[in-house]
Design a protein around this ligand. Structure first.
Ligand SMILES: C[S@@+](CC[C@H](N)C(=O)[O-])C[C@H]1O[C@@H](n2cnc3c(N)ncnc32)[C@H](O)[C@@H]1O
Length: 225
């Protein structure tokens, strides 16, 4: 199934808003660290419901572009948005519709690893960002997070599972410096008391604590020299 087919279906089922609710727990901390200033041009790669693009436009007065390969996601994101600083567009991670060095910063939450060729996507980001620009790449699906390993079974789009070293190496290979890399804990997802386990998703309370509070979201920040 293509990105378009898979995520158009998600959008039609309202799963875009569900993702927004869950991802916001950690995405907001990554967004809060971005060096975005008034008037900056910022890309949200794989925007989904568009919450990150809206947040950066509303809090930092940036011009934001939410790009997504699913026309239905873009349609929904547009319908949730009421500001003139944010635009949504359909596009693919492999060929970004922006001129060289035309953007100040880029953000992506739980989307980067769906790229057909993640190295190509990094080269594209490197191309469109200006010197000193940053790419804040946030993912919950990564090698060290053992609780994410079976996610591919329920998604038809091929996903790339890199470890923390792989992210740093690929960013450097594409021409970024590494600004920072760490994990952001999700402290908001409710974790039931031990006697309620096993649950549908977790055998033990310890494993659920590890998934959310320890592994949370991996953030890798690339800086253009
Ligand atoms: C799991 S959702 C995350 C959405 C949003 N960033 C969030 O945090 O809720 C991934 C999004 O990336 C988009 N996407 C995945 N692969 C893509 C690609 N190769 N090109 C463009 N968009 C893509 C999907 O359509 C989907 O909306």
């Amino acid at each position: 199934m293509s990105v378009r087919e898979e995520f158009d279906a998600w959008a039609a089922e309202g799963r875009d808003r569900g993702m927004e609710d869950r991802h916001w727990h950690t995405a907001k901390h990554a967004l809060g660290r971005m060096p975005v200033e008034t008037g900056h041009r910022v890309l949200d790669l794989g925007t989904g419901s568009g919450y990150a693009a809206r947040a950066l436009a509303e809090t930092a007065a940036a011009h934001t572009y939410g790009l997504d390969g699913s026309p239905e996601m873009v349609k929904n994101a547009d319908s949730y948005t009421d500001n003139s600083q944010t635009a949504f567009l359909v596009g693919d991670f492999g060929s970004l519709p922006f001129a060289d060095e035309s953007l100040d910063h880029a953000f992506s939450m739980e989307a980067f690893y769906y790229a057909t060729d993640p190295n190509e996507t990094l080269r594209e980001l490197r191309r469109v960002l200006r010197p000193g620009g940053t790419f804040f790449c946030a993912v919950n699906y990564y090698e060290e997070n053992v609780h994410s390993h079976d996610w591919q079974e329920s998604i038809s789009v091929e996903m790339t599972r890199w470890d923390m070293d792989d992210y740093r190496e690929a960013f450097r290979e594409a021409g970024f410096y590494i600004g920072e890399q760490d994990t952001i804990p999700d402290r908001e997802t409710d974790i039931p008391p031990a006697e309620e386990f096993p649950t549908e998703g977790f055998e033990t309370r310890e494993s659920m604590v590890e998934r959310y509070r320890t592994y949370g979201t991996l953030l890798t920040v690339g800086v253009v020299p």
